[in-house]
Ligand binder design. Structure first.
Ligand code: G3H
Ligand code: 13P
Ligand code: ZN
Length: 329
């Protein structure tokens, strides 16, 4: 089937109390690992590319890799621009085959964010492409934009209705305590459970509930939602890596979010950790190997394993491909 937008995905995800995983892609093996997992579980999926991914791999390679994944796997796939920094980048993706774009004006003042988002929405909708925008700022690093924890701010529920109405946007990313990267919390921000495992503070489900009241049924997006799975961090550190105090969002929190109006959950850091774990382990166990197909394949296997786990344990989107295909056909 051809690439799809996210309207039908979000409608079904909302009704069915699950979420669609939006996974960042930068090369062929990442695309393969994610889509093989999704196809085996008959799950819809969003593949997203950041400006950094387009700079690294080039737009044409990314689009054609995703097209190839569609030829091989019979599942609904949307191709999305992650954190579009300006109108030109969004336009280039809209003109170049993406079915969904994010314009990230979250660092602008409210009115300026509305104005810039409106321009993207007008162009995108003319071309049948959907738009995600963001209100509130997450901490962490996105390409060249680093938002310090003290500058991050939660989404203000009293702003969302006006923002959604004025911009005509199709989904809204909100800030309720997630952040980008593999070091989301400092150990001193966490408590220890009975097994001695560090547990970060809960997401602000109270803010999410307020937002849901203001814009009932509207699709909400969670960025910065990697859980930083200890298994992959451990493999990395056991095979020469040095990742101290990597802490993510606990999976029970994400599962709870997926059952709410949160229809899209963004995952990148977990993919990076899985790929790095596979490659580091391979190099350590097979120092005589130098064929990239051998070590990158191990990274790809861990990505596939990770995405299978996410779909089943966090997103709840397994087996949901047919209901979305039925809406589109
Ligand atoms: O939210 C940011 C994503 O993890 C993309 O990261 O800009 O380094 O490709 P990137
Ligand atoms: P993580 O860094 O938590 O994987 O977040 C990724 C993301 O939000 C991409 O937009
Ligand atoms: Zn993000």
């Amino acid at each position: 089937m051809p690439l799809v937008g996210t309207k039908e995905m979000f409608k079904k995800a909302h009704e069915g109390k699950y979420a669609i995983g939006a996974f960042n892609v930068n090369n062929m093996e990442i695309v393969q690992g994610i889509t093989e997992a999704a196809a085996e579980l008959n799950s819809p999926i969003i593949l997203q590319c950041s400006a950094g991914a387009r700079k690294y791999a080039k737009h044409a390679y990314l689009v054609h890799l995703v097209q190839a994944a569609l030829e091989v796997n019979d599942i609904p796939i949307a191709l999305h621009l992650d954190h579009g920094p300006d109108f030109e980048t969004c336009k280039s993706c809209i003109d170049g085959g993406f079915t969904s774009v994010m314009f990230d004006g979250s660092h602008y003042a409210f009115k300026e964010n509305i104005k810039r988002t409106q321009e993207v929405v007008a162009y995108a909708h003319e071309h049948g492409v959907v738009v995600e925008a963001e209100l509130g700022q997450l901490a962490g690093i996105e390409d060249d934009v680093k938002v310090a924890a003290h500058e991050a701010s939660y989404t203000q529920p009293e702003e969302v209705e006006e923002f959604v109405k004025e911009t005509g946007v199709d989904s809204l990313a909100i800030a309720i305590g997630t952040s980008h990267g593999a070091f989301k919390f400092k150990p001193e921000q966490c408590t220890r459970n009975a097994d001695g495992v560090l547990v970060p503070p809960d997401l602000r489900f109270d803010i999410l509930a307020e937002i849901e009241k203001k814009i009932p049924g509207f699709p909400i997006v969670l960025h910065g939602a990697s859980s930083v799975i200890p298994k992959y961090v451990k493999i990395i550190n056991e095979h020469g890596g040095k990742l101290a105090d990597a802490i993510g969002i606990p999976e029970d929190q994400l599962r709870k979010a997926a059952k709410s109006a949160v229809c899209k959950i963004n995952i990148d850091s977990d993919l990076r950790l899985a790929m790095t774990a596979g490659i580091r382990e391979h190099f350590d166990l097979h120092p005589e190997h130098f064929d990239p197909r051998q070590y990158i394949a191990d990274g790809r296997s861990y990505i596939k394993e990770l995405v299978e786990h996410k779909i089943k344990a966090v997103l709840g989107s397994d087996g949901r491909a047919p209901e979305i295909m039925a809406l589109i056909k």
